[in-house]
Ligand binder design. Structure first.
Ligand code: PLP
Length: 404
């Protein structure tokens, strides 16, 4: 019998956050093992529940959500997103410039499908949230990674970015606050990126899904607020700030010189129409989420759960000999480095598998985020203090004797 193969479009597509290590974790669980899962940014299972009022909005509106809605989204939800753009100083956004999707994930794929041809290149951070690289590859484009510099708090290296722009470059992806590094970029850095985009006629894709998960004195600036003459697509949603990842609700906002992008926007409209519409019940949560009480603020201030968990995890990781970690200023993740002179890791996926099998702790290896070395890994700091302590102690025990 002939073998049934996946399409060639998928040959270079890779999404390791849910890759082979997770499969092994599932197998171990089925065998009756308890796994400490530090692998995905899914707040609700760790007791970070969505605000009650948005849950109630969905429940109350469920009977009225049986039909499709407009393919770009419910009017009230789009209006609330438009007002949120005004608060974030994103200029000239109308309800027509907004697309609601089944999570930001769907819209990332849509934005790349609608733009890229075979020789087109997209600048993406390294490390990145790997869906961006996967979506560019799936759309037939070439992902080109620019360096984010660990020594500068993981800020994008502007000169590296500049050196990688070619006649084929179509856009720059900026993930701020960043997954996996937790960096929040200073306004001056964002302005330099904007200048490059302007100079080379590039589109800015700003993934700002963690914009309200900010610690210490850091401040978030929306890329699109910095220019009205550069086309920007800004992505955000309910998954993180509103702890409702399972609602699958996100949006993208187009701003800047839309008149020059009419054809691309027609393409986005077409793709949006083809998927009919996003999940309707959860769109009813958007207006209250954005306009209501921002309970995330209680979690990110001193003594707030996220703040305290970040501090503990960061401290514990840095206390492990040969491990160093930049303190995250935003988001839900730590991206520690293993000193290569202490832990020369040749294959970081194998390291993640070994850790899982020996200590029952699930992490994601750095190469899964398109990090060019094998000396990093990512953990989420969503588990409660006692579980984080347990998990990081196990990582320390594992590393004490680990050799590849
Ligand atoms: N963008 C970033 C940077 C993320 O970290 C994630 C999820 O972890 C997403 C997008 C996907 O979000 P959604 O749940 O809205 O699809």
């Amino acid at each position: 019998m002939p073998v049934i193969r996946k399409s060639n479009k998928l040959i270079n597509v890779c999404y390791d956050i849910r890759g082979p290590v997770l499969q092994e974790a599932k197998r171990l669980e089925e065998e009756g093992n308890r796994i400490l899962k530090l692998n995905i940014g899914n707040p609700a299972p760790w007791g970070f529940e969505a605000p009650e009022e948005i849950v109630q909005d969905v429940i109350r509106n469920l009977p009225a959500s049986q039909g499709y809605c407009d393919s770009k989204g419910l009017f009230a939800a789009c209006k609330a997103i438009m007002q949120e753009c005004q608060k974030k100083n994103i200029p000239n956004v109308t309800v027509e410039d907004i697309y609601i999707g089944n999570g930001v994930s769907e819209l990332i794929v849509m934005a790349m499908q609608g733009l890229l041809n075979d020789t087109d290149e997209m600048l993406i951070p390294a490390p990145d949230y790997p869906l961006w690289t996967a979506a560019v590859s799936l759309a037939g484009g070439n992902p080109v990674h620019y360096v984010c510099d660990e020594a500068s708090g993981w800020a994008p290296d502007i000169e590296d970015m500049r050196s990688k722009i070619t006649e084929h470059t179509r856009g720059i992806v900026v993930i701020n606050p960043n997954n996996p590094t937790g960096a929040v970029y200073p306004k001056a850095v964002l302005e330099q990126i904007m200048d490059l985009a302007r100079e080379h006629n590039l589109i800015v894709f700003a993934d700002e899904i963690y914009d309200k998960i900010i610690y210490d004195e850091a401040e978030h600036t929306s890329m699109a607020s910095l220019a009205d003459d550069v086309l920007c697509l800004t992505f955000n949603g309910l998954s993180k700030t509103y702890r409702a990842a399972g609602f699958r609700s996100g949006w993208v906002v187009v701003s800047g010189p839309k008149h020059r992008a009419r054809d691309y926007i027609d393409g986005l409209d077409m793709l949006s129409n083809m998927r009919l519409c996003a999940n309707v019940p959860s769109q009813h949560a958007i207006q209250t989420a954005l306009g209501g009480y921002q309970s995330i603020n209680e979690l990110i201030i001193p003594e707030g759960r996220l703040y305290e968990q970040r501090n503990l995890a960061w401290k514990m990781l840095n206390e492990i000999p040969g491990v160093s970690c930049v303190k995250p200023k935003g988001a839900l993740y730590l991206f520690p480095k293993l000193d290569p002179t202490v832990y020369p890791i040749k294959n970081d996926e194998k390291m993640a598998l070994d850790l899982l099998q020996q200590q029952k702790v699930l992490i994601v290896q750095g190469s899964g985020f398109n990090m060019p070395d094998t000396q990093h890994f990512r953990i989420v700091f969503l588990p409660r203090i006692d579980e984080l302590e347990d998990a990081i102690s196990r990582i320390a025990t594992f590393l004490r004797t680990y050799q590849q």
